[in-house]
Design a protein around this ligand. Sequence first.
Ligand SMILES: [Zn+2]
Length: 171
Amino acid sequence: MTNTKCREIDWDLTFKTKHPSKITSDITNKGDSNKRSFALKLLCEELPTLSKRYIHKPNLYSSLSCILCEKLVEENNMHIFTCKRKGQIDPIKNLTNKFKKILIEKIKKEEPDLSFFDVIKDFIPNILVTKVKKICRNKKAKANKIIIDVLEEFQKILKQIWKERCDKVIE
Ligand SMILES: [Zn+2]
């Protein structure tokens, strides 16, 4: 990992999300530990993909290529999520949309008085500023720039919707 990338990561929060939740009883929460184990493997690029298995047991696996692809592509940790599975749709786009949806849901939950319509109108919820600032390790200027850029980008989408409406409505 490059130094610049290293500085851009909130390490505290990163590890907090991978660390098992507080042990309050002797009963091990299996679901919880499964979740953490997956998250850790993903972070450390340790998912048992074909490229890993092939290296360790070449006698058992015929190749390190993804079996869901038409082309010969190495199945590593990232490929699991970027594999088009013989289709044309870019899975990253889909994942980004899902991430956005979850983020919006969480903002709505934390700030119940704000609706998504308020965000559409361009009101900026505090929770968004706090979260982005946290991601930017409290660099306020950087966080503000990100938020402004995101809203600007979002306004373009809204404007496009308005424009499409205007093209259809004969005035
Ligand atoms: Zn593939």
